[in-house]
Design a protein around this ligand. Structure first.
Ligand code: NAD
Length: 511
């Protein structure tokens, strides 16, 4: 991500921000910060455009959105160029983290949205079935604000925007001020595919613009970002009862069981802590390894981490995406050192202009250290030895975060048993992070890691109001219990209770 610097205001009074490259701090771009008036203007346009977009069937919307897959494929080099310039990430990571999952999300949601969102009949249970029929429609909410972070700026913007559109909403995307053009590409490919301009709009700016969007006349907020900002957004939504989905930070733990494949576990610990320079909400931030295999595991992790290359171009690892992150990682490592941890590999920022931090392995990390309690978001494998799996589970759960978790074992039944005891939104066996790329999985955080889901049918339906429509089967002159009350009504209600629920056969028939 780019380094953000304030510039003098524009002639029309807009605040301006300069963006410098995280690779060499050279200027790469500038943006104007959207004001409250700008927000109100785009929201008004979105409001006007929404009924016509909602009037299309889900299949019609999906046909338009689906044609963006080929456009994305055709534009991929330009998108990769933008993402790499703004974040400094290696091309392979732009392909892997942004382009491939973005193609998959577009392809998947546009193919299956109608199955999730089409009006459907819900069979009623025994006591109601003779009287009524139930249909469920999914009505769009209206105008949705999508606010996104900088660590995977293209795909994390594309996924919620596409879902909200398919559900019949119009969308205003406020990408991170650190990666504005990567977010802008989402609207660009959708417009090329035929989504009308006012149906998806991008508004640039920083927290002030984001806050103005949340306060504007919108019907839902989908936010991905830090816990602190998530709390502010929830507080702003509360007085107007505007629903919000909050995908927030994580401190994901990896448990290495005694029966783990140690080669895979060591390779996984290094990769899953360091890819995207460790700036992934579900990257491994804590490793708990069972004592009986800890020496061998640490030896292999150390060897692998020492071989990770970093720098511009084709290195394994790029820079941290912005300067504030470099400060956080440095502070956590210094704190761990001061509290007695052993720095087995790396442990310091790299001298020079770029925002590079050495691939780092910390052994003997404890929960007294910030490294094990606060989100580090850097290329650090932090390892703690534990007596057994019970201790690993206890420590993994000892966190105010609860995004995802990871269990390395050769026994998949054991992985499921351990997963059931972890207080996290998801768990991955012999891997991590990849769960976000599974659109079928209802991905979301527990505790401080968030509210709601960004994938799975819940996420897509979360951009709608489910509207149950109860149809009358018999169209009789009046309802069976309506006025005037009579002795006959009382007798039939008593019969329902006595024979419908008071006998075994009755309970079976009415359930
Ligand atoms: P951030 O909270 O600083 O900013 C995120 C977005 O919110 C940006 O667009 C920013 O301009 C905007 N914003 C800032 N203040 C605002 C306010 N008061 N009201 C409305 N909008 C405001 O987060 P970040 O530093 O960009 O992102 C990193 C964080 O995101 C990490 O904590 C990471 O774990 C988290 N994250 C979570 C997920 C997930 O799926 N759970 C995915 C990626 C990143």
């Amino acid at each position: 991500m780019a380094i953000v610097r304030p510039l003098p205001d524009s002639v029309d009074g807009h605040r301006r921000l300069a963006l410098d490259s995280p690779i060499d701090r050279q200027p790469i771009d500038e943006i104007e910060v959207g004001t409250t008036e700008d927000v109100e203007r785009v929201v008004a346009k979105a409001r006007v455009a929404q009924p016509d977009w909602a009037a299309l069937s889900v299949r019609e919307r999906a046909r338009i959105v689906r044609s963006a897959v080929q456009i994305l494929v055709d534009c991929r080099e330009e998108i990769i160029g933008t993402v790499c310039a703004e974040t400094g990430k290696p091309r392979i990571e732009a392909l892997m983290v942004e382009i491939v999952p973005a193609c998959d999300f577009l392809n998947y949601w546009s193919r299956y949205a109608h199955r999730v969102l089409r009006p459907h009949r819900q069979r009623l249970h025994g006591s109601l079935r003779p009287l009524k029929k139930l249909y469920i429609h999914h009505q769009p909410l209206g105008v949705v604000g999508v606010i996104t972070p900088w660590n995977a700026p293209f795909v994390l913007s594309l996924n919620p925007v596409v879902q909200a559109l398919l559900a019949g909403n119009t969308v205003i995307l406020k990408p991170s001020e650190v990666t504005p053009r990567s977010g802008e590409w989402v609207a660009r490919i959708l417009h090329k595919a035929g989504v009308p301009d006012d149906v998806v709009q991008v508004l640039h700016g920083d927290g002030e613009t984001g806050a103005a969007l949340v306060d504007a006349d919108i019907d839902k907020v989908c936010f991905t970002g830090s816990v602190g900002t998530g709390r502010k957004i929830a507080a702003s939504c509360a007085p107007r009862l505007v629903p919000c989905t909050l995908e927030l930070g994580g401190k994901d733990a990896m448990i290495v069981c005694a029966d783990a494949d140690l080669e895979r576990a060591a390779a996984g610990a290094v990769y899953l802590s360091m890819f995207n320079t460790g700036q992934v909400c579900m990257s491994i931030e804590r490793v708990y390894v069972v004592d009986s295999v800890a020496d061998e595991f640490i030896r292999r992790v150390t060897q692998r981490a020492a071989a990770v290359t970093y720098g511009a171009g084709d290195a394994d690892m790029g820079p941290l995406f912005w300067d504030r992150q470099l400060d956080v990682v440095t502070r956590h490592i210094d704190d761990a050192k001061a509290k007695g941890a052993d720095i087995a590999v790396g442990g310091a920022p790299v001298a020079g202009n770029g925002l590079y931090f050495q691939p780092t392995v910390v052994v003997g990390a404890t929960h007294a250290m910030q490294l094990m309690t606060e989100e580090t978001f850097g290329p650090v494998v932090a390892i703690t030895r534990v007596r057994d799996e019970d201790e690993a589970i206890r420590l993994a759960n000892d966190s105010h975060y609860g995004l995802s978790g990871s269990v390395f074992t050769k026994d998949s039944d054991k992985a499921r048993r351990i997963a059931a005891r972890l207080t996290t939104g998801s768990v991955v066996h012999n891997d991590a992070a990849v769960i976000y790329g599974v659109p079928e999985a209802p991905f979301g955080g527990r505790k401080d890691s968030g509210v709601g889901h960004v994938n799975g049918t819940d996420a897509l339906r979360g951009y709608t109001q489910p509207q149950p429509i109860l149809l009358d089967r018999w169209q009789t002159e009046r309802g069976s219990v309506w006025y005037p009350y009579s002795q006959k009504t009382i007798q039939s209600l008593e019969a329902v209770v006595k024979y419908g629920f008071g006998t075994k056969l009755g309970r079976w028939l009415t359930s």
